[in-house]
Design a protein. Structure first.
Length: 91
């Protein structure tokens, strides 16, 4: 019995999928570089003095604005928002 071989078209589709995934990965890395400054602010806040709940909510509102404007992807938005919300003090 003969073994099945991939057709040329299937190999082309697979190569196109890999190229598309690589391009997507590159775009995500570029976006993450843009938001390093915002990430640094969050890290500094964790090690430095704590923010008041009002200041945290202002930063969350800023995150929402940046996400709505398309300046960050959902994963980055969720991660930064979770970091800020984790700093909230509940009385």
């Amino acid at each position: 019995m003969a073994t099945g071989r991939s057709s040329f078209a299937k190999r082309q589709r697979d190569m196109a999928k890999k190229a598309k995934a690589a391009a997507k990965r590159e775009r995500k890395l570029e976006k993450n570089d843009e938001f390093d400054e915002l990430d640094d602010d969050v890290v500094e806040e964790e090690t430095g003095p704590t923010l008041s709940n009002e200041e945290i909510m202002e930063r969350v509102a800023e995150l929402h604005r940046r996400y709505d404007d398309g300046q960050m992807d959902l994963d980055t938005f969720d991660e930064l928002k979770a970091d800020l919300m984790g700093q909230m003090v509940i009385d």
